[in-house]
Design a protein. Structure first.
Length: 258
């Protein structure tokens, strides 16, 4: 890759695939990447009002948005998505593995079904998409893959054993990819959000006691906002992060430092 000239954060002309694009952090990532100049392929289970809102917000920044439906927990649908992406008019420059699910239950009540659901979406799908989309990046000698990990990549949490296990595995998966692909021009990194106000944390936000306990430990003293995760993703997707490989960037209001 030649030395970058101009604004290293400019993503004009780049095509980004973002999973879990319909709402929350995924929607914010789509908008932030579009603001930086990227066109967006948004992946979610089915087109909904939230997907329409994501498209509207992306197009407000003058960028292209296309929705691709896929149940990431279904292996057949996942390979159909890969096939669709291979037939696109250009190969993706950026992949953001944002989609994730969480199932809350004490360990002794955490079912096989919940475990399998969480692992299939949070870990299996991210590995498969990164492997398949990364092949074209390797062929071109450049590309950016960003995983969304979690502060529970480093901690066990409470009542979310499958989620914690999947996010812990993500950290070493990022490093494994980086070890093999950094020398091929492909940057593989992750952001690790702390407690962010999204649908996934609605139960915690609604629990006044638990919410107060959590925020008492956050030095910033508040819940994070989705755009506060999205902007660091733009950094990792940009030429400003060309020498960043295998890193897990925590965006947690200071949670892990407490």
């Amino acid at each position: 890759m030649t030395e970058h000239r101009g604004n290293p954060f400019d993503l004009t002309g780049r095509l980004a695939v973002v999973t879990g694009s319909s709402r929350g952090i995924g929607q914010a990532i789509c908008v932030a990447l579009a603001r930086a100049g990227a066109d967006i392929l948004g992946v979610s289970t089915g087109r909904s009002g939230d997907d329409v809102e994501t498209e509207r917000a992306v197009r407000q920044h003058g960028r292209r948005f296309e929705h691709l439906g896929c149940d990431l927990g279904n292996r057949d649908e996942l390979y159909r998505l890969v096939s669709d992406l291979r037939g696109w008019d250009r190969a993706p420059d950026i992949l953001v593995n944002n989609a994730g699910v969480i199932r809350r239950a004490p360990i002794h009540e955490h079912s096989d079904e919940d475990w399998d659901t969480v692992m299939s979406v949070n870990l299996d799908a991210t590995f498969l998409l990164s492997r398949e989309i990364g092949k074209s990046m390797i062929a071109r000698g450049e590309g950016k893959i960003i995983f969304v990990a979690s502060v529970l990549s480093f901690q066990g949490g409470l009542n979310v054993p499958g989620y914690a296990a999947s996010k812990g595995a993500i950290t070493n998966l990022v490093r494994a990819f980086a070890n093999e692909w950094a020398g091929k021009g492909v940057n593989v990194n992750a952001v690790a959000p702390g407690y962010v106000a999204t649908d996934n944390t609605q139960a915690l936000q609604a629990d006044e006691v638990r919410s107060a306990e959590l925020l008492a430990r956050v030095p910033a003293g508040r819940w994070g906002h989705p755009d506060e995760i999205a902007n660091p993703v733009v950094f990792l997707a940009s030429d400003a992060a060309r020498f960043v490989h295998g890193s897990i960037l925590t965006v947690d209001g200071g949670w892990l430092g407490r």
